[in-house]
Ligand binder design. Structure first.
Ligand code: AMP
Length: 310
């Protein structure tokens, strides 16, 4: 197993200007793993209740996702209710029911605990820390995400966790809230001062910015005329990003830049339909065609005076 992800597995109730869904499969770990499954082998750590549909587990397994770490216990699956009515880039949480996540104790098999890549998707930072501590050897690359709820109610644990990861992948508003910095490069710098070597700041329809200690890179969002449901765009971004990195085995400035484009590619698919509908039905050629479209979108030719260094 190349990547292990821990995060939420949810039934989401979502309303967007394009419509409403009462209960669709979601959760940070489901979007991440489905997206990453197009690039490499992924294992999921999480918990669901006995209302979890066998067809949802089979969907994950059809993507080659290892679900031995997806445990079912008595109770109800995590449930999130949100809307994107005033601003399509910002989810407004109307309700969060932790349900079985309330007292989840993650258990890792040897295969999980030896994985070289770990993604700590958005979930209680106490659970993220437990999974990181349970790894047998320090993975080659650990990335994490979080959200405003955890910044508000679990800041000290979150800061402790962030100090131990290689990369934080976070929304712009949350990066600013976490660091108290209102300017994007300053917020990214403040994130790296907490420990990570690099950070990706996700900016919804404005794309994503990658910051390292000595470089930065910006990817646009794919220009879509209609966004149906932004839920899961961030986790799908992270799945494409980490999936690509794990598939090339080489982490340097170049691969991080390319991973940012793969992340943006997967995020652009995620928002084209409700929930996982679009990203669960992709082909490898859909992905390479859209990657190619990104290359075209960002192509420009420096004038001779610049390329000659004159
Ligand atoms: P995003 O990629 O940020 O749009 O993530 C969307 C997913 O996050 C939804 O499918 C929700 O189920 C999940 N989610 C919402 N709130 C939380 C939370 N507090 N902890 C973990 N997952 C959450």
């Amino acid at each position: 197993m190349k990547i292990v992800v821990v995060g939420s597995i949810a039934y989401d109730a979502v309303e967007t200007p394009a419509g409403k869904r009462e209960s669709q499969l979601g959760g940070s770990a489901c979007f991440f793993s489905t997206s990453a499954s197009y690039f490499t082998e992924v294992g999921i750590i999480g918990v669901v209740g006995n209302d979890f549909a066998p067809s949802d587990r089979s969907m994950l397994e059809r993507h080659g996702i290892d679900t031995t770490g997806l445990v079912e216990v008595d109770g109800k699956t995590f449930r999130w209710t949100g809307e994107y009515m005033d601003d399509i880039n910002t989810a407004v949480t109307l309700d969060t029911q932790l349900n079985v996540f309330g007292d989840f104790e993650p258990t890792l098999t040897e295969s999980h605990a030896n994985a070289p890549y770990l993604f700590l998707a958005n979930i209680d930072p106490n659970i993220q820390l437990k999974v990181l501590d349970a790894m047998i050897s320090r993975p080659k690359w650990v990335a994490s995400d979080t959200m405003n709820l955890w910044i508000n109610i679990a800041r000290p644990t979150l800061i402790d966790l962030i100090s131990k990861v290689d990369m934080l992948i976070i929304n712009e508003d949350e990066a600013k809230q976490l660091t108290g910095q209102n300017n994007l490069p300053n917020a990214a710098k403040a994130v790296m001062n907490l420990g990570p070597k690099s950070t990706v700041v996700k900016r919804g329809e404005y794309g994503a910015s990658l910051f390292g200690k000595t470089f930065s890179f910006a990817a646009p969002a794919y220009p879509l005329e209609r966004v149906i449901d932004p839920t899961g765009a961030g986790d799908s971004f992270a799945g494409g990003f980490m999936g690509y990195l794990a598939s090339v085995e080489n982490i340097d400035e170049e691969s991080l830049r390319t991973a940012t484009i793969y992340g943006s590619t997967m995020a652009s698919f995620a928002v084209e339909d409700f929930g996982l509908q679009r990203i669960k039905n992709l082909t490898k050629s859909d992905i390479s065609e859209r990657f190619q479209a990104f290359t075209e979108l960002t192509r420009f030719k420096p004038p001779a005076s610049i390329s000659n260094g004159a």
